[in-house]
Design a protein around this ligand. Structure first.
Ligand SMILES: Cc1cc2nc3c(=O)[nH]c(=O)nc-3n(C[C@H](O)[C@H](O)[C@H](O)COP(=O)(O)OP(=O)(O)OC[C@H]3O[C@@H](n4cnc5c(N)ncnc54)[C@H](O)[C@@H]3O)c2cc1C
Length: 411
């Protein structure tokens, strides 16, 4: 029996970590909670960063929590402090400031760092940006105000958000990606073309199947990006969306099981007693599809936070949810419900493209596992999304072409 109040340590104050801290406090009024982050801010909304980038909202609208919120709940928010190692035998977390935090229950909710552009000429050249944090966003906005040309690089959601921000701020924008179309992990050539057409309507030049070979700079700022196929793309600034590397490196000397992410069961427990993981960094067992995976969405991270907070206090709740992701895509919307993985051999996909509003096409793709609907991707009209979420939640059986067609055209 512990003779002291329970000590909770949470590494990472994103939506997973902060929601977990809030849930713990609701269920345990006495335990100590230390919430560590290398960033200088309380929780802010990463999903709102693109709208801040575009100038649609101001910085205050991005913030979700303030320092007082943590004080009122006796949650010790420790900012600008990086956890550098964990000792699971002694049950302590060590930080770069030399502090040692003992824990009875530890949550790792560290998300990922953005991969940087690693080509000739990039190191030492200014104005090449990742787009993950509030500070990234502020720096990009500053540079956009003095730039005329911009290059968005990559085939991910982040590259598209950068491209959207540049184009809406009226920069001459090029969008370059290695793959044959955008979001190739979920789309197909048809869906890719729908997205290209939308981007082109906003004056963006879209280039596929090519990659940056080097950055040619003048006085330390980019002049143009040279591609492998010999193009020279003028760019006063370059935004990079080349995926993230999950933040697990500081656990390298621990017995905590790590694959792509930190491996946890449906209760978000790792293989080590008292250690949990949640949010983007967790490779969690998902009973709805029957295997482990990672998921980089806000709703998923928040739901993880609630479940793991409950379990760290002594509960035993399984994570059972259908995550959804919705985002504006220039002047339309993109929505992802459940598991939408084109490269997953266990899933079958059927898609439909048809004329939509404002001269754009609507595109819808269903993902099925053993004839059961496990995911949907929608570009364009969001009509029918709520019903589709229900169908994915129920893993509706769609065995015949007629049943599938009915769902592809559901309004
Ligand atoms: C620009 C952008 C737009 C997005 N848009 C959408 C959207 O439209 N819809 C959607 O569903 N999702 C979107 N996402 C993804 C969504 O924001 C993430 O899935 C979610 O924020 C993950 O939350 P998290 O708490 O797991 O991790 P994070 O939010 O990544 O938080 C982890 C925190 O831990 C800190 N940290 C890491 N390592 C350490 C350490 N060793 N010590 C201390 N602190 C550490 C990090 O700095 C960070 O503050 C977007 C993401 C970005 C960047």
């Amino acid at each position: 029996m512990a003779t002291h109040d329970k000590r909770y340590v949470i590494i990472g104050n994103g939506v997973a970590g902060t929601t977990a801290a809030e849930t713990i406090r609701k269920n345990d009024p006495n335990g100590s909670i230390h919430l560590l982050t290398n960033e200088p801010y309380p929780l802010y909304n990463r999903v709102s960063l693109p709208r801040f980038l575009q100038g649609v909202i101001v910085e205050q609208k991005v913030m979700i929590r303030d320092f007082a919120w943590h004080e009122q709940r006796n949650i010790n928010l420790v900012t600008e402090t990086l956890a550098i190692s964990v000792n699971t035998e002694e049950r302590v977390v060590v930080t770069n400031t030399g502090q040692i935090y003992p824990y009875d229950a530890l949550l790792i909710a560290t998300g990922g760092w953005a991969n940087t552009l690693n080509v000739d000429g990039a190191a030492g050249t200014k104005h090449i940006y990742n787009f993950v944090t509030l500070d990234d966003t502020k720096t990009i906005i500053e540079r956009m105000q003095e730039s005329k040309t911009a290059l968005a690089y990559g085939g991910s959601f982040i590259s598209y958000e950068l491209c959207d921000g540049f184009a809406i701020r009226k920069l001459d924008t090029t969008w370059l990606m290695r793959g044959p179309y955008w979001l190739r992990s979920a789309l197909d050539p048809e869906g890719g073309e729908v997205v290209d057409n939308i981007a082109r309507k906003f004056g963006v030049e879209v280039i596929h199947g090519d990659e940056i070979e080097s950055i040619i700079s003048k006085n330390g700022v980019p002049a143009y990006a040279k591609t492998k196929r010999g193009r020279e793309i003028p760019a006063d600034m370059i935004g990079v969306g080349l995926g993230i590397t999950l933040n697990t490196q500081f656990l390298a000397n621990t017995p905590i099981e790590i694959r792509g992410g930190i491996v946890v069961n449906e209760f978000l427990e790792t293989n080590i007693d008292g250690v949990y993981a949640a949010g983007d960094v967790a490779e969690f067992y998902d009973p709805t599809i029957g295997y482990h995976h990672t998921m980089g969405t806000w709703d998923n991270a928040m739901a993880h936070g609630r479940i793991v907070g409950t379990n760290m206090v002594g509960g035993h709740q399984a994570y059972l949810d259908v995550p959804t992701y919705t985002s504006p895509l220039f002047d339309v919307n993109i929505a992802v419900v459940g598991t939408a993985e084109s490269n997953n051999p266990e899933l079958e996909a059927v898609a439909r493209r048809e004329p939509g509003e404002k001269g754009n096409d609507n595109y819808r793709k269903l993902f099925l596992r053993d004839n059961r609907l496990v995911g949907v991707l929608m570009i364009g009209s969001p009509k029918g999304r709520k019903k589709l979420v229900e169908l994915v939640k129920n893993q509706q059986v769609l065995a015949t072409p007629e049943e599938r067609e009915a769902v592809l055209t559901l309004k």
